[in-house]
Ligand binder design. Structure first.
Ligand code: PXL
Length: 265
């Protein structure tokens, strides 16, 4: 299985490609990377970070790849550094996705009902158009709201399903508990175990594991079950071991969950 991960390199604060590479490798994938930006740290909680946009370099990288005849089983995109990159990812799909391959889009826009630094409504509209080209999208509850304007999770899920076959709202607090909402043929609500706190990078840990599972041929429900289990165990470990949560998740010692599951595959 060959997977292309399109995401930024945040040098400190585990997220994006520094998470995607080990997690997808643990799923047995050959992982190629297309970096969207180079940052000294991610943008969520550090001050004074550096940011190098890689728009032009991405084009050159892909032009070179054309000569190698590369094709991917899964293209997984995460943090995109500009509106132009959103259009470029659509182009990457047309050029490099295998026939029958899958596109997973994590529409990274915000958290805690706020945009991350540098994103706005116009960027969200662009991200919506990329979601329309994906097989699976993985918005958190904030992103589901920013993409649809709906705060009710069932309504937001149905609105997302109008343009993407399999939206997954990755964590939703309701009066009845904490759930993941996925669209299969209709709404599928899966209870999640909630750990209080804000775990930076959890979305990337989950999205990477999920992309690996989809690439490995898991059904939607089995992919969700394995990737949420891996994420939950990583969150528990992080809650215990990591004081300053902006440095990201301690998922490394839970990678065995994925290597074990993929042993016979
Ligand atoms: O984890 C999402 C993410 C990815 N990449 C960058 C970010 C964030 C969230 O803050 O800042 C650069």
């Amino acid at each position: 299985m060959r997977i292309l991960a399109i995401n930024d390199i945040s040098c400190v604060g585990k997220c994006s490609l520094t998470v995607a590479l080990p997690v997808l490798s643990a799923c047995g994938a050959t992982v190629d990377i297309l970096p969207t930006a180079l940052l000294s740290t991610h943008t969520g909680g550090f001050k004074g970070y550096t940011f190098l946009n890689l728009d032009e370099e991405m084009k050159k990288i892909c032009d070179h790849w054309e000569s190698l005849g590369l094709r991917y089983d899964v293209i997984y995109s995460g943090y995109l550094g500009s509106r132009a990159q959103i259009e470029f990812v659509k182009d990457v799909k047309r050029r490099f996705l295998k026939e029958g391959g899958k596109v997973v889009v994590d529409p990274v826009l915000g958290d805690n009902f706020k945009f991350y630094a540098g994103f706005d409504e116009e960027f969200a509209a662009g991200m919506r158009s990329l979601c329309a080209e994906a097989d699976y999208i993985l918005p958190n509850e904030t992103e589901a709201y920013l993409l649809t304007g709906e705060r009710d999770y069932s309504k937001a899920l149905a609105a997302l399903a109008a343009f993407c076959p399999h939206p997954v709202i990755t964590g939703a607090d309701t009066a009845e508990g904490y759930f993941l909402y996925a669209w299969e043929d209709g709404e599928y609500r899966m209870p999640l175990k909630k750990v209080e706190g804000n775990f930076h990078g959890a979305g990337d840990v989950f999205a990477s594991a999920f992309s690996g599972c989809i690439g490995g041929g898991y059904s939607l429900r089995d992919a969700l079950s394995l990737s949420t289990e891996f994420t939950y165990r990583s969150i528990l470990r992080t809650a215990e071991e990591v004081e300053d949560k902006k440095y990201g998740m301690n998922y490394e010692k839970e990678l065995w969950i994925l290597t074990d599951a993929f042993k016979g595959k």
